[in-house]
Design a protein around this ligand. Structure first.
Ligand code: ADP
Ligand code: MG
Length: 570
């Protein structure tokens, strides 16, 4: 187990300290793991209904994050995944209870029902007007109408909001409960997990899933779910949740709903957004009108990778409750979804390269085509090697980037003005600029652009001297844009000696001889980066840990320089 904790047994205490330190509108009840609104006294004075929720910890930001005006008055946290004690709940009730009464909102688990239930009973006997609402929104398990009923999961946050807004509006306990109950009756959730989570005190995961397995319909306590399946495309997995929700909720085309796409704790935001897109189009295709949506981390099972969908039937008044203001830190507000992806026309980028450039003989165009093809093939063949090198000293993407650039060269080949090499290079620069990205993207784009401009203006584009000038102009452009110079451990350490070597070639050297010499110079240069400290690019974060490793960008130069030479062999 690897966690950012101080002590497995003090996780909840430490966590609540953080919550309350980070927001001066909150306070802890003395001696308890209970978060309260600091201003709960004014609420009492206004005779408004106080709302208390809670349960085992491990569902953060639930429930402390929902304490604030317009939502909860207090949140009672038990140990991780364990219901808080009767006395803790009672202490919360007795502290916040005023003339305006108290509503407890409880997720349906036996432990929570009993502890909150008994606390309510004791408080009632002491003369406090308190009532309790149990939320069961998980439709994964068949609702046999039987003894335990549906579990309460993420949808409960909607109930906090509806009840909180109703209480804030000054409604009576009876009215607040009635609204919350009506909301809960139309609330349906289901989740899926791609892995388990580890309770700090237990030290190991509650269940295990194989690499290719997904668990549908799990609870939020690290317990396993209803059934396992194979991991599929996100759209397919979302469909499983969606169909069950629609079926169990008896949701019919034309109905109005609010949607919550919830991260169970360990899901990347980008995956959650993919899930949201699939869910929104899935509901839309079934004729359901999603009028409000929120996507984020609302009720978790520690660091579990996975998500849940919660759907609530709404009408105008319920929608207004969802949109009512609250200052609870974890409620982001709901947005109104769009029916289609809105697209704004993009302004076409101006291609400023000139199409005027010195022409050369047709056979040269064929040679240039062969050279570009060889470069492309070599970069693709070396994708893995480059990835490995960049994984050591960078972020591992250079192989992928350059292979993407290589494929783009192949695709663009027939559109390039190969009869005017300077123009072709400028066109190539525009292609690379669009597809390469990263650091090497703009650097290669400027290298090729500058070389192309120089070559366009040259009277003899088929001479070694012209290419030497172009190569040097490319290096200068790159150094200027990137701010690196020789010795900084970048691709320039391969390019600069290569350019110098090309400039030394005499006019009677063959293209093959010249290119071979240039490739050798690039290789020498690249090798020398092993002993250099990086001062530019990502490797500079590594300091002397990069020593001994060849710079990936410099190695990439040797890959294509060798390919150029090999193209002249044929
Ligand atoms: P990143 O992932 O860091 O954005 P890439 O993986 O696309 O960049 O490229 C990394 C390579 O870029 C490095 O190995 C280095 O050779 C080269 N590089 C980094 N900074 C510069 C610079 N300022 N000038 C020239 N080359 C650079
Ligand atoms: Mg990189």
């Amino acid at each position: 187990m690897k966690k950012l904790i101080n002590d497995p047994l003090r996780v909840v205490d430490d966590m609540l300290q953080g919550v309350v330190l980070a927001d001066q509108r909150l306070a802890l009840l003395e001696g308890e793991n209970i978060v309260v609104r600091r201003d709960f006294h004014t609420l009492k004075a206004d005779c408004k209904v106080s709302l208390i929720s809670g349960g085992g910890a491990g569902h953060e930001p639930a429930h402390g994050g929902y304490v604030g005006s317009g939502m909860l008055t207090a949140a009672v946290a038990g140990p991780v995944f364990t219901s808080p004690s009767v006395d803790a709940v009672l202490s919360a009730i007795m502290t916040v209870a005023g003339p305006g009464s108290v509503l407890l909102i409880v997720k349906n688990y036996t432990g929570d029902r009993l502890n909150f239930g008994l606390a309510a009973e004791i408080a009632r006997a002491a003369g406090v007007d308190v009532d309790m609402l149990v939320v069961g929104d998980d439709v994964a398990l068949d609702d046999d109408g039987g003894r335990v009923g549906r579990r309460g999961i993420a949808g409960t946050v909607f109930i906090h909001k509806v009840a909180g807004a109703a209480a804030e509006a000054g409604l009576s306990l009876k009215q607040v409960k009635a609204e919350a109950q009506r909301a809960a009756a139309g609330l349906f959730s289901m989740g899926l997990a791609l892995g388990a989570c580890t309770v700090p005190a237990a030290g190991k995961p509650g269940f295990t899933l194989a690499d290719d397995e997904v668990e549908y319909g799990l609870g939020i306590h690290g317990e396993s779910g209803v059934r396992r399946g194979h991991v599929q495309r996100a759209g397919e997995m979302v469909r499983v949740l969606l169909e069950r929700i629609v079926e169990q909720g008896d949701l019919k085309a034309g109905e109005r709903i609010a949607l919550m796409v919830n991260n169970l704790g360990g899901t990347a935001v980008q995956e959650l957004d993919i899930v949201a897109g699939e869910a929104l189009s899935g509901f839309a295709s079934r004729g359901l009108n999603v009028e409000a949506v929120m996507v984020g981390t609302f009720l978790t099972a520690l660091e579990m990778p996975g998500c849940s969908l919660s759907v609530m039937r709404i009408d105008d008044s319920m929608l207004a409750r969802l949109h009512a203001p609250t200052d609870a830190g974890a409620w982001p507000g709901m947005s109104t979804p769009a029916l289609d992806v809105a697209r704004v026309p993009a302004v076409a980028t101006a291609e400023n390269h000139s199409t005027q450039g010195t022409e050369w003989a047709q056979p040269n165009a064929q040679v240039l085509r062969r050279v570009l093809q060889a470069i492309s093939r070599a970069l693709q063949d070396n994708e893995e090697v480059l990835t490995e090198l960049d994984s050591v000293v960078g972020d591992g993407d250079i192989g992928i980037s350059l292979a993407r650039g290589a494929r783009a060269i192949d695709e663009a080949l027939d559109t390039l003005a190969l009869d005017r090499p300077g123009v072709a290079l400028q066109q190539l620069s525009a292609v690379l600029r669009r597809v390469l990205g990263g650091t090497s993207g703009p650097l290669y784009a400027v290298f090729v652009l500058r070389a192309g401009v120089r070559l366009s203006a040259h009277a003899e584009p088929d001479s070694i001297a012209a290419w030497a000038e172009a190569f040097q102009a490319g290096c200068d452009g790159m150094a200027r844009l990137g701010g690196a110079s020789a010795g900084d451990r970048t691709m320039l350490d391969a390019l600069i000696p290569a350019a110098a070597d090309l400039a030394r070639q005499t006019s009677d050297a063959s293209a093959l001889e010249a290119a071979t010499q240039v490739a050798i110079a690039a290789e020498f240069g690249a090798e020398s980066t092993r002993n250099m400290l990086a001062s530019k690019g990502r490797s500079s974060y590594l300091g002397n840990r990069a020593l001994g490793h060849i710079d990936p960008g410099a190695f990439a130069v040797t890959v294509w320089a060798r390919a150029v030479a090999s193209a002249f062999e044929s």
